[in-house]
Design a protein around this ligand. Sequence first.
Ligand code: NDP
Length: 311
Amino acid sequence: MALLIETGLSDWISDNDIADGIRKLHPDADVRTPDNLGDPADITMLAVVDLQDDHPNRLPNLKLVQKLGAGVETIVSNPNLPEHARIARLKPDAPAQGIAEWFVAYVLRHQRHMPFHEAAQTRAEWSPKAPIYSPDTKVGVLGLGHIGARSAKMLRAVGFEVMGWSRSPKQIDGVTCLHGDAALPELLGQCDHICAILPSTPQTVGLFDARMLAAMKPGSQLLNAGRGDLIDEAALIAALDAGTPGHAVLDVTSTEPLPQDSPLWAHPGVTITPHVSGWHLGDALADVGENFRRLSTGAPLLHEVDKARGY
Ligand code: NDP
């Protein structure tokens, strides 16, 4: 039984750094990296950012794919993943805190007219403009899971009126929680900012089409930190041109990196951040090592994904 770390990413964190971190926490664990793979038949657990199409075929005894992050859509939909293979994700505090901060930052950017004041300064121009009063501002959070619930609470603590939306009913102090497809247009029509932190599933892909964008409050702001495929980007550009919504802040796009010729880059109603809202993994490596131990002993896994539900 061995754990293989294969992220394929060198600009974030190296496979060897992750492997060393896990070995420190679990000195007896057999942790390998692609440059020290040994017999592929030993590998029972694979830790990845994205599962490659050929991974399952290369690793005949794979039992668990551990996502080094939260979004598991490319793993769930991998046609080569055997039926018996399980999937787990991470639920660390650090990215949840980071994404909640990202939502707060870009809502406040609008409330405090930051682009307006920065532009006025370049002209040495003293131009007072009343900030938008927080208690008069309604913010909707789509997805009330690990990250969304934390975001809703942080936005509430700043002083906004907060509504939330999920698949199943939720209760969060101070937050008006709605659920189910029928409730979404009602929420969209009331909110000045919509903060989307939904997983990519067959139900959420393309959810923000022309009809749903038109259901938003005129001039409102759409912020997306979940997955880019939530939004039909051509429909978004047409909707921004029509003024509903008034602005979009996108940390995720349907193709990443966003191609240089994408019209989103230059659109005056779009702000792009390059998938940085939930950067830090925090103490999540401990859960990867712990899941390897649990897989080896048959104990219930941490944060196992419901493959049928897709998240
Ligand atoms: P969770 O699984 O904890 O929460 C998902 C939430 O979405 C749940 O509240 C769920 O409802 C809701 N949901 C799912 N499908 C629907 C639907 N069809 N209609 C209404 N609500 C729905 O995930 P996380 O909060 O940890 O993460 C969410 C997503 O954020 C990840 O899947 C990932 O894609 C993305 N992400 C992006 C990052 C970045 O850096 N930009 C970093 C980390 C994650 P219910 O509770 O009822 O099941």
